[in-house]
Design a protein around this ligand. Structure first.
Ligand SMILES: CC(C)(COP(=O)(O)OP(=O)(O)OC[C@H]1O[C@@H](n2cnc3c(N)ncnc32)[C@H](O)[C@@H]1OP(=O)(O)O)[C@@H](O)C(=O)NCCC(=O)NCCS
Length: 138
């Protein structure tokens, strides 16, 4: 493993981000399930935090890949969002977000949503800069 790969592994572990949410009425739709736009906003935020913890640089979201909504999330559920860096480029990072749904009344847990968000590190002029300046990509 190269020093850059070791640093990526170390920072990936340090930056993995978990956030728990309760699905209460202000976040639900007319089906009494979690509103998709709210889920996307939470996923963008968790992925942003993981990416920021990874590089501690100013970041902007540059794209999101396909988002799969596999299961509806009923009002009264508990969610856990897990954001983890899965790819490190020169100036960009990709963060996978998994959203797990739990019942409030039993120990069940299943993955309901999955998506990948990409971020670019920028300087004061909004120009892309390396995410790991001390370990340049070859
Ligand atoms: C992010 C931004 C600075 C990138 O500028 P750019 O001229 O496209 O930069 P480059 O072509 O040099 O690409 C920079 C990196 O971004 C990556 N990138 C560019 N477009 C991408 C896309 N659509 N999806 C994923 N990665 C992308 C490139 O692959 C490159 O990665 P690398 O350095 O790790 O190889 C510019 O697109 C921008 O300002 N976008 C608006 C961001 C924004 O306002 N977001 C919403 C609010 S946070």
């Amino acid at each position: 493993m190269t020093p850059r790969e070791q640093e990526i592994q170390r920072r990936t572990e340090l930056s993995t981000t978990r956030v728990a949410k309760a699905v209460f009425p202000p976040t639900t739709n007319h089906h009494n399930t979690l509103f998709g736009g709210t889920a996307l906003a939470w996923m963008d935020e968790v992925s942003f935090i993981a990416a920021t913890r990874f590089c501690r640089l100013p970041l902007v979201t540059v794209s999101s890949d396909r988002i799969d909504f596999k299961h509806a999330i009923a009002a009264g559920s508990i969610l856990e969002l897990v954001g983890r860096v899965i790819h490190v480029g020169n100036t960009s990072l990709k963060v996978e977000v998994e959203v797990f749904v739990e019942s409030m009344s039993c120990d069940s847990r299943e993955r309901a949503i999955h998506g990948v968000f990409s971020f670019v590190a920028i300087d004061d002029e909004k120009t892309p800069i390396p995410v790991l300046p001390d370990f340049p990509a070859s």
